[in-house]
Design a protein around this ligand. Structure first.
Ligand code: ZN
Length: 299
């Protein structure tokens, strides 16, 4: 007997079998949990971004390393604090995979510096893009990533900085990350089992994954769901790195994923992370208003 015909009422484990049957959360009522990544408004310097976010009523900021350059983390902290913004994360560490032992040691040292910078900045979390080497087996890269994490975890724990493994879409498996599903990120975090190590759910990377709901539940259950990044996947996507869409502009079922993330116990910020050559060409104040509208409508 064919088993493919699920009844509309639900699957055997009692879960809704269709999108329509799910009870989704309403859109956000206000901006109190909105955070913006500095890279989203890349044309602005850190002082410009912090001032503009404050004026726009945005309460929180995730700081990219490039935004701190030229200020230093302590001064960056003061700039952000002057505008009353909460610092959510520091982006980014990782890139542990490398073809030589010397390069892998250098990557570990670089991550220790990044942890120091995060501590000086007052960022409670470093987001990790774990790395991959073109032509190297993904299993080999994963073993190197595990090894690199093991080396930096005691330092992060001592510094009071948490590390969030961000799984990247498999289109980046050649050179950016050999961790491509939330299951792999959860496995790694479970294996290393440190209170300082968790995962980051970025809808751009994970929306397609049939195991996403289960793995979000798992990370929440284990207290390892550290951050939630939002944007959209445009059709067609003109550039796989620099053509992310505003929420609602593409095919990601954002409300559905947000419902899963918050049902798993996540009560942190919803972080808008958009790399977009076309939005960076716009007036960034106009873009910020578009972000707020898209957030209140589609997040
Ligand atoms: Zn992200």
């Amino acid at each position: 007997m064919p088993r493919t015909r699920a009844t509309p009422a639900g699957t055997p484990d009692g879960r809704p079998g269709t999108h329509e049957a799910e009870r989704l959360l309403p859109p956000p009522r206000d901006l109190s949990r909105l955070c913006i990544h500095t890279v989203t408004t890349r044309p602005w310097s850190l002082p410009e971004a912090a001032a503009a976010y404050e004026r726009a009523g945005i309460p929180a900021i995730t700081v990219w390393r490039e935004a701190v350059a030229g200020h230093g983390p302590a001064e960056a902290h003061r700039i952000i604090a002057d505008h009353g913004l909460t610092i959510v994360s520091y982006v980014r560490g990782g890139f542990f995979a490398a073809p030589t032992a010397a390069a892998r040691r250098a990557a570990v040292d670089e991550n220790l510096r990044i942890i120091d910078e995060a501590a000086a900045l007052g960022a409670p979390l470093v987001v990790l893009v774990c790395g991959a080497v073109p032509g190297q087996l993904l299993e080999t890269s994963r073993a190197q990533i595990r090894d690199g994490l093991e080396r930096i975890l005691p330092y992060a724990e001592a510094a009071g900085v948490r590390l969030g493994i961000e799984a990247l879409h498999p289109v980046y498996a050649d050179s950016r990350s050999a961790i491509n599903t939330l299951r792999q990120a959860n496995d790694l975090a479970d294996d290393l089992d440190s209170p300082a190590l968790g995962v980051v759910v970025d809808v751009y990377h994970l929306w397609w994954d049939p195991d996403l709901r289960d793995e979000i539940e798992r990370s929440g259950r284990n207290g390892r769901l550290f951050a939630f990044h939002i944007c959209d996947w445009k059709t067609p996507t003109e550039h796989l790195l620099l053509d992310r869409g505003l929420m609602g502009e593409g095919c990601i079922p954002l409300r559905r994923i947000r419902t899963w993330v918050e049902a798993a116990g996540f009560d942190g910020y919803r972080e808008v992370e958009i790399f977009s050559e076309s939005y960076w060409r716009e007036d960034q104040h106009d873009f910020l208003e578009k972000i707020k509208h898209a957030y209140l409508t589609h997040a």
